[in-house]
Design a protein around this ligand. Structure first.
Ligand SMILES: Cc1ncc(COP(=O)(O)O)c(C=O)c1O
Length: 412
């Protein structure tokens, strides 16, 4: 069945025809039926180089042989136990040795759950009502992370609320803490923003976040759902050399199966039930298939050289800057290791506001141009593109040629 007939059925089944809003684009999204290596194949049989990679997890490429074998083998042994099992210990040990700040951890089924429980736990541990986050930072779809207001608009600091500051703005961070610091349970942030497109931290920003949270007794939570194992084996905190109190993970650590993790200091995690009184549970938590996918993925990643996909990201970024500048179109291309975003923007993109000022119409022409040329990226300016270990030099060349041709067509 073709994408358009699938979509006409899907839209009566699912709101907007999709099971996650970012998957939708006009006039209707391609329904993908096969994913192999760096490629997706849609229901109409068309092939695409995939830079969305299921929004990050598929860092080894789709259907990597060793992962598929591990899953096949596990499916014959147990899919869901509902009891403790050896694979939880195996994956837990791998994560802790790669991210030592995660002294104890708990598996969940999604990044949303991981951040929700990390935030709940921070409130439980500190007895404080407020959560501070970054403007435009995304931590999944629950109210603690979705319903936020600029910190200056908060009237009653004893009420439970989530307030926000702009990313990379040390002054705003200080003002927020001076005003509300003793009421802030946790400061949660993606160390590299991924959900307004890729935005790197300014030198010293994460260190400042660590310093000020320590000063006010606020827990620092790094949401590494995207950045975990994305650009190096471990988390961005290792690269930045900043140690948070709690960390959340998801995406890559499940090897393409549903997963989330929250973890951190033993004195905090030791409160989680049944060790302590903080209640948190999940029927599928530590699911055997997700564990098997995660173990086999991390074992391959541990032996892999991230500089290969990272240099492909650099090359695409460089060529995109040249091509669009030759065509007289202003772009800023932000790169962080194996992920990048082309912003149609004449100014440096350093936070949510500067990202949002990008030219959406130009992005839309770029997105559709890529799709027409057999290249699939997330359908929003405010998303990252991801490289995998399955992307070849040929894929990079094809992508650069597509960008050159699109930039020519977009000439004002
Ligand atoms: C940084 C970050 N945190 C949390 C989440 C939520 O994870 P999930 O979609 O697995 O619920 C996402 C999802 O993209 C994310 O990017």
């Amino acid at each position: 069945m073709s994408s358009d007939s699938l979509y006409s059925k899907a839209k009566s089944l699912f709101p907007g025809g999709v099971n996650s809003p970012i998957r939708f684009y006009q006039p209707y999204p391609k329904f993908m039926s096969l994913a192999q290596g760096s490629r997706l194949i849609d229901a109409d049989g068309r092939e695409y180089i995939d830079y969305c990679l299921a929004f990050g997890p598929m860092i080894l490429g789709h259907s990597r042989k060793e992962v598929v074998e591990a899953l096949r083998e596990q499916a014959g042994k147990a899919t869901s136990l509902g009891t403790p099992g050896p694979l939880e210990v195996e994956l837990g040990e791998r994560i802790r040795s790669a991210i030592p700040s995660m002294e104890m951890l708990r598996f969940t089924n999604s990044g949303t759950e991981a951040t929700m429980h990390a935030i709940r736990l921070a409130r439980f541990f500190t007895g404080r009502p407020l959560i501070l986050k970054i403007e435009g930072g995304f931590h999944g779809s629950h109210d603690y992370a979705l319903e936020s207001l600029p910190y200056g608009n908060l009237e009653d600091p004893t009420q439970r609320a989530t307030i926000e500051v702009p990313y990379n703005d040390v002054g705003a961070l200080h003002r927020a803490f001076e005003k509300f610091g003793r009421n802030i349970a946790a400061f949660i942030l993606e160390p590299v923003l991924g959900n307004v497109g890729v935005v790197n931290p300014n030198v010293g920003y994460l260190e400042e976040a660590r310093k000020i949270t320590e000063e006010y007794g606020t827990l620092l939570i790094f949401d590494e759902v995207i950045t975990g194992f994305r650009s190096s084996y471990g988390a961005y905190q290792n690269v930045a050399d900043v140690k948070p109190d709690l960390t959340t993970l998801g995406k890559i650590v499940g090897g393409g199966l549903p997963i989330g993790v929250f973890g951190g200091r033993t004195d905090i995690m030791g409160n989680v039930s049944p060790a302590g009184r903080f209640y948190q549970q999940g029927t599928f938590s530590g699911n055997a298939m997700s564990m098997a996918g995660g173990i086999s993925t991390l074992d391959i990643l541990k032996k892999s050289d991230y500089s290969n996909p990272a240099s492909q990201a650099d090359r695409i970024a460089l060529e995109a800057r040249n091509a669009f500048s030759k065509a007289g179109i202003e772009v800023r291309v932000n790169v962080s290791g194996t992920m990048f975003t082309i912003f149609f923007n004449g100014r440096e993109v350093v936070d949510a506001k500067t990202a949002a000022a990008s030219n959406k119409e130009q992005f839309s022409r770029y997105f559709n141009g890529m799709l027409e040329r057999g290249i699939f990226i997330a359908a929003s300016q405010m998303e990252a593109s991801f490289l995998s270990f399955a992307h070849s030099d040929g894929d990079t060349r094809e992508t650069i040629e597509a960008i050159k041709s699109i930039s020519e067509n977009m000439k004002p």
